[in-house]
Design a protein around this ligand. Sequence first.
Ligand SMILES: [Zn+2]
Length: 391
Amino acid sequence: MKGLLNLPQLTVEKVTEDGGHFIFIVSGDTPPAACCEAPCLVKNGTKRALYLDLPVQGKRVSIWVNRRRWFCKRCQKTIYQDVPHMDKHHGMTERLVRHIEAVSVKEPFTFIARELGVSEGTVRLVFRTYAARALANRNMTTPQWIGIGLVHYGHQLWTAVIDVESKTLLDLLPSRSEEAVTDFLRGLPGKEAIERVTIGMWEPYRKAVKSVLPWASLVVDRFHIAKQANETLECLRSAMAFPVSKHGLIRNGRRMVLRTPERLNPAQRVKLDTWLGSYPQLKAAYEAKERYRAIWESETRAEAEARYAEWERLLPPEMALIFRDLIHATDAWLEEILASVECGYPAQIYVNCVNGLQRLLNRLGHGYSFEVVRAKWLLKCRASGVPSAVC
Ligand SMILES: [Zn+2]
């Protein structure tokens, strides 16, 4: 059983097994930590020290070492023997520390603590020390195209800055304020290289980008606005009273009206047409929504601009009232929406990245601080050598 420990610079004196637990008593002969010359150092007994190690055969491992103690007569200091293979800060073997560092990036702390038989606080402490060291040496390359989007963790709203080209996280900011984004962009090394910025429809993001990166082409995520068109329609639909169907027809048509016509099969289209035929106001709103969606499918900026003006002109007053929020948002962001048509960027990548990050956050579990989430994410990208894509 003595060979189980496999720490070559330590000699195993005794091994005992106590239920699900191995206890090793070991000794090692190393000189004292550097202090003064030998004549000043006098032996001063030993002290038993406990170290934890990686589990062996599924059982927890404790290692007891009698550490030699010296007293330095010149410095009046007590000095302990260094124990080989042991981490100097965490009361555990170096290999256990490396293991916690590697898994704490991916796994929940509570899970690791349970697996290894250490406290959650210890896992957190090892992770924090590691994260501070690793993030200080982080080598960040600023891409030409970044995305800035909102993510939420519980009730907290954070900003994710994304490298859209490689679909990876560039950084996470603890708020969605203009100030936070401005400070981040100002401090970004190599920001001159940024040519395009895609943002969610959030005024502070627009202001921050315009003030720090005035040369960059600013594009808005227009799927956001398409969603708003759908929501308007859904509000109208849900406010209507529908009779209960007796003939297997769609009862309230929610899925039908929100799905784009291309995704409906011929039978569903017939059903939708029949159903909308019974509700003229809903039919008019549905058609207005579909015409609006088609605007942003335009090939050129001028075409999109003309189509939007035409859409607004032909909109009956009643529909203009129903879609007033959409019109207001479109007018407020028209320049950025048109820019997105003009440049033909696949805005969907940005949306997928933000959604991918949000899904990762949802799966992360509760109770982590912003600093820990940020470090976990940024280190996850480093751990694999290549940044890990978020979508
Ligand atoms: Zn000394």
